[in-house]
Design a binder for this molecule. Structure first.
Ligand code: AHR
Length: 505
């Protein structure tokens, strides 16, 4: 029997912002076994592949789906020289991977990345090298990808087998430039950003394919403010043409290996609440311009990062049901913030950090996080609904006598454009107790059954593996309830997705 109750009122007649598919994006860096082994095995590999890309991983990512994929880093991006990664593979130079302790063979470069994106149906998002690169190198990369006609780089791309421009729309101007991307001050980065963007933005005109630029922001209180002030947009609002989105990163750190305690679990979940504060602070800074141009917030790296994930082991870590609970709560947050968050990218697609797919030689399996993302992705293209959730809370303790209040139930609701489908996603964070959630509709319409999908496991530490790839997987069943008030039971540490049919009262 459920121990506790939550109530959730949904205003179904007040659809709000469109939920961008890009909130369910991913990130793949040249780090550990993400690209090499994970995505790319090369055409000569005995592992089945499509021109070097693992076919099993391609199929899994296609089904997830992956609406947008960020590449090549991360820290790697600010020391990546893209011309190393084009042309005949045997002639590409081997370089030191400065950040992730290895050698970069450059077998996976721009054309391979764009082939990957096409194969899985992802929009490419390329992160440029500001730290050790130059505006010239960046504009040449853009011309290689998007240029048409007879320019040097458009012809080079055609020689490499791609006569048609790729039309890459999203370009990040550096990564964490306050840290591994060059240790800039906000003012120094603003000066660098202005130079780069000035020579990138005109490509929207010359190639007639719109590009959107993403500037590097930060979660410290003053970076974003100082950056925008130094960029000079207050003085000269036309400079707003140079920027479309501001990015922030948020990792949820934990000391855990597979034997994490209940206290570790609750503290990790409490730490995920910080992201809403990050979004609020970033929004407040972006709101200053009085609405002259709405910049989007891009959370282009997020996810769990445990102590066991170190550069030496390619940032690999266990991925359990706990991670699925974190993923679902975070994606619920992005859906609720759909009017401000324009993109988010989970770190990192295969084998690294909070990946969605893991591999060992020829074996491949899906992580609990994969299933959570798959369930939450049902919100794509819908309109977010205002909702009022009353949930039991828990006081949880952290290090050095700190404590926090953790809402046990978390949810997001959206409605389809034709008004006929509601998507409701709910998380129960309690480790031991089921919670019943009573859902009431406010407005014209009632529920007439639907689909019920649920992800949980007997143990929150449960993980999938090569030996047991289906240990954690969702159930799927009809949801027969009807009316304007329905109840759903949320098992302990679970993710529930309801796709409900809405009919006239
Ligand atoms: O995702 C791993 C690293 O975390 C990225 O390279 C960097 O951007 C961040 O600090």
């Amino acid at each position: 029997m459920p121990h506790d109750q939550a109530t959730w009122q949904l205003w179904i007649d007040r659809p709000g912002a469109l939920v961008s598919p890009f909130l369910f994006g991913h990130f793949a860096e040249h780090l550990g076994r993400c690209i090499y082994e994970g995505l790319w095995v090369g055409p000569e590999s005995p592992i089945p592949n499509q021109d070097g890309l693992r076919t099993d991983v391609l199929a899994a990512l296609r089904d997830l789906p992956v609406p947008v994929l960020r590449w090549p880093g991360g820290c790697f991006a600010d020391d990546y020289h893209w011309e190393d990664g084009i042309g005949p593979r045997e002639r590409r130079p081997r370089r030191t991977n400065l950040w992730w302790y290895g050698e970069e063979p450059n077998h996976f470069g721009t054309d391979e990345f764009l082939a990957l994106c096409r194969a899985i149906g992802a929009e490419p998002y390329i992160c440029l090298n500001v730290g050790s690169g130059s505006p010239t190198e960046a504009r040449n990369w853009l011309e290689y990808c998007n240029g048409s006609g007879q320019t040097h780089y458009a012809r080079l791309r055609a020689q490499h087998g791609h006569p048609e421009p790729y039309g890459v729309r999203y370009w990040g101007v550096g990564n964490e430039n306050w840290g591994c991307g060059g240790h800039f001050t906000p003012e120094e980065y603003a000066a660098a950003y202005r130079r780069f963007a000035t020579y990138l933005k005109p490509f929207t005109r010359t190639t007639r394919s719109r590009i959107e630029l993403i500037a590097c922001g930060h979660t410290t209180p003053d970076w974003n403010q100082r950056f925008l002030a130094a960029l000079g947009v207050e003085r000269n609002p036309r400079l707003l043409d140079l920027i479309d989105h501001l990015s922030i990163h948020r990792y949820f750190r934990g000391p855990h290996d597979r034997d994490f305690t209940a206290a570790d679990y609750y503290w990790l979940l409490a730490s995920t609440l910080q992201l809403e504060t990050d979004l609020r602070r970033t929004r407040d800074v972006l709101s200053y311009d009085g609405g002259q141009k709405r910049l989007g917030i891009v959370v282009d790296e997020w996810g769990t990062w445990y102590d066991q994930a170190r550069a030496e082991n390619g940032l690999e870590q266990v991925n359990t049901m706990q991670d699925a609970v974190v993923a679902a709560g975070t994606l619920n947050l992005f859906v609720r913030w759909a009017d401000w968050v324009t993109m988010a990218n989970l770190a990192q697609t295969v084998n690294v950090l909070q990946c969605v797919v893991q591999t060992a030689g020829p074996a491949m399996w899906l992580t609990p996080t994969y299933h959570a993302v798959h369930l939450l992705a049902a919100h794509r293209g819908q309109r977010v609904l205002p909702a009022d959730l009353e949930t039991p809370e828990l006081t949880v303790s952290g290090p050095a006598g700190t404590s926090a209040r953790l809402p046990l139930v978390d949810g997001a609701a959206s409605r389809s454009a034709d008004g006929r489908t509601l998507v409701l996603t709910l998380v129960n964070r309690h480790l031991e107790e089921a919670i019943e959630c009573r859902i009431s509709l406010r407005g014209e319409g009632r529920i007439d059954g639907g689909l019920h999908q649920q992800l949980t496991a007997d143990d929150v530490r449960a993980a999938n593996s090569a030996a047991d790839p289906e240990r954690v997987r969702p159930t799927r069943a009809p949801f027969p309830a009807a009316g304007t008030t329905v109840a759903v039971t949320l098992p302990p540490h679970s993710v529930t997705a309801l796709q409900l049919t809405l009919v006239s009262p």
